[in-house]
Every structure is written in structure tokens, then in C-alpha cells.
Design a protein. Sequence first.
Length: 610
Amino acid sequence: MATVRRGQAPLNLDLPNNNATQDYPPISALFLIYFDIKAGYTIGWKRSLPRVELEGVVEYKSLPSGLHTVKEDLIYFVHDDYAGLSAFVNAPAAEESRNARMIAVGIMVPLSYGRLGRSWKHADALKEMASELVKDPAQTEVLEEFWEEHKGQGTTPNNETESLIDTPTSVKFKAIRTSPGKPKSHNRNRSASDGAALLPSGQHLAPYHPAWSLPSLLDKFGPLIFPIHRAALLRKRILITAHAPVQETCNFVYDISVLSNIPLAVSDLLASDAPPQRLRPLFSIGVHDIPLLEEDLRAAKAAAATPGSSISDQRDEPGCGWIACTTDSILAMKSSLYDVLITMPPQHSENASEKVWPKVESPQGVEMRATQRDLRRYTALRWGLSRQISPPGSPIARRGSLAEEASRLATSSSNTTVNHAPNLDIPDTDDIIEPQSWASLAYSGFMWWASAGEQRVHSEEESDADAALLYDLTLSPSTLQTLRPRSQSTVSLSGRSKEDSSAKQEMAIIAYFHRHTTQILTTLSDIVDATDSDDERENDMQPLRSTPNSPTEDENGPAVYITSTDMARIGLDIWSPTDHLFVEEVSKEYFGRKAHIEGRNVDVCGIRIC
């Protein structure tokens, strides 16, 4: 088994017993914040363990800009070694209070319990206390009782208490080989974590767990989720700007961080100085967090200036990327502080006649789009999650029928809305998808003219690869609905059935992205191994390696050469320059190797057309 690296939790993790009262994480602080018309947001009541900082922190982190426009909200944030959660309530009041009374009741818990310290388990109680205290903030007896019941003892828990969903772990492995032939002599484990096993039988997802928003994440971002996932894998600094309420956006921060985990099954394939196994989530941030982001930028520059330097063994290292959300538009103007800016559409756009997608762009304002391959992959994922996935032992032919139908839907959805599949409406995606390149168009036309059969083989191979990522992720009949966001206003969180609370659809989404990550890294690892061991290939490439201004070796070994066939095995777009650049960056960051991408060309009678 691979040694445990930074940002990694051990394998022997257990889910807490949902029936035990001690399942609730102990809190390190409890506070009440109210809005004073003269002093602004003020801490009206607080209790905390020693050395837990509250003043000048929680009143800003708990109440981001724009909350005055909503009636209630849940806000997640982090500060130092603690995760915070506050329940906000806005109620009518007398004229002397400007006709509104706004309060928030919040907690802080140790981050040792996971990305959010499992703070969501206290969400229901916080909302109830806030609803009572907004009527009379002076009645703080309920806060005293809650503090005495749930306050911590100042001890740090073991990682074993961390939720399985929070951890890049692998409880049950399903092997997905990326290349034919016998395993290599090092006998590395080429398995992908089975997300369906992240919640063993009898265990349920807590009502306010952020992972419930995963179907909504796919619905809101569509094919854009794949370039965002790739940016997260590269541990970029990702900033999401949105309007209040912020609960869903905070959930999306959590989801993207989880989806971009590096599964333990492939951790031993990576270089020792590879990025952390998970992207650091900062959740809700504001203008008061600008010094924190500036410090992270300095750490990133220092790490870039000293490549190969050892990084301290911390859970989430400064300078190694992050993802956060904000309602302060001024942060979007600080373009040096982030690598990717995601602008969420306003709430009212949900009622628009045409789908309004989020905008994903670089700090220079260059829009990032999904590839043609992403669109086909997204359609296959949607189709696979909307029906019963093949159970163990079922014929492979069923995978083929799923793949063929998904491929057909993807082809028809590139320009129009899909209406011939029930509950699988994919709005127009022209604005968020890279246009087909001239080389791709020429190749498609040439293949149709030269060999329609060969073109069909390529399409079937791609569809089979997509179906393999979904294979054996069994969903219950209750999840065979459209991939539609679960509205907390229309679905009672406390009234979910036991079958629904098992979150099999959400676990399938996590497993799918972890398998896709495994596919990328194991294929690149195979190529690196082949480069190191194939003397004949190395000799054949020797003249090319002497080309000036094109260094092909570094201290970690020779450069790797990636063909269009390799790109297809990785699961990326063979025609897209952005996917080529992504592979180059992954090769450098995770394997310490320079990569050369050999794109596909169209030759007719020995003459290159494009």
C-alpha cells in the first residue's frame, strides 16, 4: 500500500453511527450576531473554547454582502483550523429598526472532522434557534443550553472520525484498466474508488449535507463542469461569484472540491512533489479575506521559484490552490488573486425562456468553454444517471446499448434541445461549447468518404469508454428521475425516505468523477512507464530531442510523447488545444515530465490537408 501523503487520510475510516447522540461534532464556539443600525453587524452573545478567535472574524464571515435581500440563508466559511456555519434570518421589525431585524446564529467546529467539520449536522438546530431569537434576541437561554450540551473539550479528533465523503478514500475497488496486456512488474493498483460504496448499506447522508446538491451542480453547469473539474485537478485558484443566498454556492464549493479528489488507488503513481490530494475549499469569503488570498499568492510564487522544495505536511497547503465563493464583486476585480473566475447567473434567470449558463473565464477575461468531447461525455453521464445502471454480472451488451443511446443523444444535442428522451432535456449549448475545428470537420468528412465503418468504430470505442465509467454504479428505482436539482423548499429534508437518504445518485456522481480522474492519471502513468522502459522508442526519438528550443528532458526523466490515440484513452478531446494544454500541465504537475502532444492530422495520398 502506498504511504500516506500530505492532504491524505488513512484507509481505515468508519462512518459515524447515525443513531448515536455523539454523532454531532463538538463545537468550539457559538455566537449570535445582529445588525445594529449604528454599529453594523455586532456580536451580541458568544461562547468559545480558549484561543478560538471570534471578534473581527465571524461577524464578517457569517454575514456576506447582499443577505438583506433574502429571508434566510446558511453560510459556510473557514477560519484558521476551524469551519464555521451560521444560520441567517431576516424578519420584519419596527420602523426604528429600519423595518427589518437581521440576526445570525453560528458555530465553529474543528476542521479535523473534514472539509466542514460535519458542521451541517447542527444546521437544523441553528435555524430553529435563529428563528426564535429573531423575535427577541435577548432570550439567550437557548444558546446557553446548546453550548453546554455540544461544547468540545479542546481535544483534536482522529482522522478516523472524518466522513468518508470528505476523504479521497477507496472503500471498495473496481478495477478499470486503461491499456491491454499484463500488469507491469511493479503491480500497481489501477483501481478506481467506487463512490457507491462511500455510503455502506444502512448508512445515510445527513439532511443538510452539501453533497445533496450534486445533481443541481450538474444541472446548473452542464458540460462546463468538466473544464471546471480539470482546473480543480490542476489545483487552480477558483473563485465563484454569485448573489445571495449563498447556501447553494457554498455547497457547490464543497462538491467541486470532493469531485476533484485524487483517489488513494492511484496515489502511488504520482511524483512525490505532486499537488495535494484535494483542493482546499475556503467556502464563503469577502473583502476581509483579501489578505488571506494575497498571502496564498505569495506562497504560490515562492513555491514556483523553488521547484522541488519540500512542502510542510499540512491538510491544505497555502499556495496549492483553492476554491471559494463570494458575493463581493470587488474580489472579481482583483484578477491577480485567482486563476479561474466563475460568474453564476442571477436567481431570476431560472425563469428565462432560454438557459442561462454560468460564465467561466480566465483573469484576462478569456472565456473557458467545454469541448465537443465534454458535451458527449456529459450527455452520456446524464443518460446513465437517469436510468438503472447495469448490475454486476449483467451482459456487456447492455453497456453497449447505453453507450449507443447516449452517443445518439449527444450528437443531436450539439445544436438543438433533446426532446425525444423523457426527462433528459439538455438546453442549447452552443455558447459554452468550443466550435468544431477545421481539422475535426475535415477528418469527419474524409472518414465518411473513405471508411464510414472506421468512423463508427471510433464512435463506439468512445461510447464504450463513457459507459465503462458508469458501469456497476447501481441506482435505486427512486433515483431514476431526471437529473433535476432537489429544492429544499419543496422537499422536506427531515422527511426524506430511508431509500432516498442513502444518496445513491449523489454517490454515483462522485464515483464517476473519481473514475474519470483515475482514467486520466493511470493512462498518463502507463505512458510515462513506457517512455522509461522503451529503449527503442527513445532511440527513435533521439534526433527530435536535439531540436533547439525544445528541451525534452529534465531532472525527472525524458519527455513523454502523447498521440491522438493516447488522448482518446485518457478520455479527452483529440482536437482541442485546451485539452492538449491540460495534459501537458497534468504531466508536469503530477509526474514531473514534459509532454509533447502529437495531434491528429488528415492526410490524403501522402498530402497533409490539415
